[in-house]
Design a protein around this ligand. Sequence first.
Ligand code: XMP
Length: 513
Amino acid sequence: KIIILDFGSQYTQLIARRVRELNVYCEIHPFNHLPEIDEYVKGFILSGSPSSVRQADAPQIDFQQFHGKLPLLGVCYGAQYIAQHSGGEVTPSEIREYGRANLLFVNQESALLKGIPLDSQVWMSHGDTIKHVPEGFEIIASTDKVQVAAYHIKGSQTYGIQFHPEVTHSLDGKALIENFVLNICGCSQDWTPDTFIETTINELRTKLQNDHVILALSGGVDSSVAAILLHQAIGKNLHCIFVDNGLLRKNEFEQVLDSYKHMGLNIKGIDARERFYGQLAGIADPERKRKIIGGAFIEVFDEAAHEVQKELPEGIEVKWLGQGTIYPDVIESISVKGPSATIKSHHNVGGLPDFMKLKVVEPLNTLFKDEVRRVGAALGIDPLILGRHPFPGPGLGIRILGDVTAEKVSILQQADDIYIRNLRESGWYNKVWQAGAIFLPVQSVGVMGDERTYEYVIALRAVGSLDGMTADWIHLPYELLAKISNEIINHVKGINRVVYDISSKPPATIEWE
Ligand code: XMP
């Protein structure tokens, strides 16, 4: 495997993605928590950073632990760090270099740059530059502005590059990373869905033995894939719980429960709609709604966990809580920058209930989202589940602005169902990252037949995004929007107006609450 030491660059995850795309396993670790270096570690990559190596408080590592012993690639800050700590000189660039540049000199004899053509486009993003490299360094690439665009320490397997090979604007970046990971580090390309499934199932069996595990399914990709992996490892000792909080999409509870049963899962469906509506009654503030929904979920899940326990024979206890946590969540929680500032309290829940005392098992915590989908496909999970848009935990609760009632939920479910069905039928569903209808509690005047109406508004939202952090609204065809709008207004009682949300994130968020 490759170890990526993170100095806080916005691109660190992309480095990991590029390595994984080569079917090579890698891990990201914060620069100040060097992992144990065992025989599986084949090389190191040092990331970029928002800091400057010239700052007194610049991130420092003890790189002598692996420098010279294992192949090492420094990217941007990483390259400057190695150069500076080997006796080179790093100075502020005259102008902050940001954007495309071309390699005017490339040493194609270098193992790192084999196959990289002259003039290759690279992506720069730096405020410092390596002014002088120390003795023993050879410059292996330059651009017109940056003499030391890439270097190699002679007689070693240490390289530094000023540009960012991990971003797609570096057109030959993939080849460069491949040269490093496969040729220089000699990694084998055995990180595939099938080997992941095989080793994970074996590890789960060893770890869990005959223990019982409880897991909450959400209908989403991550919890489904986690459940199937656990199911294949321990069968009926996995107890799944799927809660109807009354804020799911139309018919979702029945459909999802059904497909889980088909997959052979040992699953309990719990209708808790009344409890959620009861607790939400009259509450309009989005953050309070989120807390209530999170809190009610924990109550229901806690009770269900006790039920499961009661049904087990004397002396046998549920010991584990299964979760569908994926790698980006893990990276975020250990990140150099710390968990990002709370704009919406996505994971904010009430006090700790009993089941939190369980040990946690997270079979997907090394996978990126698209890897989860590939593993899911290899496990034979229904493409309809694997291809689902993200859906927030509080569900329609935060797509009904203001207070939530069963009646509003029903109106929104019908409108959303028409919207999503049309997206599927027109082929747009898979081109959109996330789509949904929003209920606006404002009434406006309309006319139907000879009658004046005074009814609510539905807003439609469809965005493209990579990770939900930024998003653009999707330019759905007018004809499709017209068809959806007609169907909603003609079929959903209580709605006489449909609008389309044309705001990007930032400054708007994806959800309206
Ligand atoms: P925003 O609205 O912050 O949404 O642009 C970004 C992504 O997060 C989802 N989201 C949530 N997910 N609980 C969740 O599990 C929440 O409270 C929540 N709020 C937003 C949203 O659907 C989008 O995918």
